[in-house]
Design a protein around this ligand. Structure first.
Ligand SMILES: *Cc1c(COP(=O)(O)O)cnc(C)c1O
Length: 356
């Protein structure tokens, strides 16, 4: 590969081309993205002067089927801004107990919005609508908090896609009780690709949605929060309050536009590569692959007890392949635009070697 922008190097091994299977957050911007960044029209976005940011926000709103959208620095920022804008202090937020909001956001909902999380045991990412309904606060009892928000996650961070029927059922319950739904859609375009539907078929069931441009869509930075125009107007005010009002952000919005227009179209390749990886791993005696969970670009598997996972990650690193150690007893490998079949074959060869 001649294009140096796609090559990952490490100071002690300057010529080594790393292959990184730790996550899709590691994706480097594409050459087209770097070119778009260099020539992006910019202005002061706090003044509303950045034409590229405006273009990204309109495109995102359009694609996600919402009235308006806001460009924010990260997925956590987008989720927390949604909670902050939807809720009052002391409100309850209903969410799955294994959701990103509960597990991976530093307790931010308590710190920033002063809300309490009302969690529900999820079935591998699916939060049963009946359980949500059972936790909605009703009545005027002066002791009880108000239910301010329901949060869903699709695709779930574990790589599973939540069925549309479950989302529709939850939406009907939320409407009945007049409670908004926010979707953590960090990988909502992966979910749409898996379901073979337009992303709007997913987002129509929620009031607001956050989606990440910086994961499998390969933008260097940024997420989108989309929803009704009056909500986004308040979110824009709150984004400034939280220190997220940015200036010539068009250089970051330009690759975000390509993330939406170009990179959303090719996620199926990553999913097919993940399935290929899962099949090859499953053929290695002693390895148990969670084959039913390979919906998007993630493969989870357990190693035989005889394998030392530190030795395995070291063996992979010696081949220039970065992988995280096990999490909850399982390894996770993630495919993305910089991972091809040849890479997967090399990875499988190292793992096979380590297990025999
Ligand atoms: C990555 C992720 C986020 C947060 O995105 P950051 O940009 O890392 O802050 C939120 N929710 C889910 C499900 C994610 O996978």
């Amino acid at each position: 590969m001649n294009d140096t922008s796609t090559v990952l190097t490490q100071p002690d091994t300057p010529n080594m081309q790393w292959i990184d299977l730790r996550s899709d957050t590691v994706t480097q911007p594409t050459p087209a993205m770097r070119a778009a960044m260099a020539s992006a029209e910019v202005g002061d976005d706090v003044y509303g002067d950045d034409a590229t940011v405006i273009q990204l926000e309109q495109l995102a709103a359009d694609m996600l089927g919402k009235e308006a959208a806001l460009f924010v620095p990260t997925g956590v920022f987008g989720n927390q801004l949604a909670v902050f804008t939807h809720c009052r202090r002391g409100d309850e937020v209903i969410a799955g107990d294994d959701s990103h909001l509960v597990w991976h956001e530093n307790g931010a909902a308590a710190v920033i919005s002063g809300v309490q999380m009302r969690t529900i045991a999820s079935d591998r990412g699916v939060v049963p609508p009946k359980e949500i309904e059972a936790r909605i606060r009703v009545g005027e009892d002066i002791h009880i908090p108000r239910t301010g928000l329901i949060c869903l996650e699709n695709a779930h961070g574990n790589g599973r896609v939540i069925p549309l029927a479950t989302m529709a059922e939850t939406a009907a319950i939320a409407r009945r009780h007049n409670i908004p739904i926010h979707l953590d859609g960090a990988r909502v375009f992966n979910a749409a690709t898996h379901l073979n539907c337009d992303v709007k078929e997913i987002t129509r069931h929620v009031d607001t949605v956050m989606c990440c441009l910086s994961k499998g869509l390969a933008a260097p930075v940024g997420s989108i929060l989309a929803g009704p125009a009056d909500f986004i107007k308040r979110a824009r005010y709150n984004r400034k309050l939280l220190g997220g009002g940015w200036r010539q952000a068009g250089v970051l919005a330009a690759p975000g536009i390509l993330a939406l227009t170009e990179m959303t179209k090719r996620l199926g390749e990553d999913h097919a590569n993940a399935r290929y990886l899962a099949e090859r791993l499953a053929a290695i005696p002693g390895i148990t692959v969670d084959s039913d969970d390979v919906h998007i670009n993630m493969v989870w598997f357990a190693l035989p007890e005889s394998v030392d996972s530190d030795q395995l990650t070291a063996a992979l690193a010696a081949e220039g392949i970065r992988a995280n150690g096990p999490y909850g007893g399982k390894m996770r490998l993630v495919t993305h635009w910089q991972v091809d079949r040849n890479t997967i074959d090399r990875t499988v060869a190292v793992i096979q070697n380590a297990t025999t």
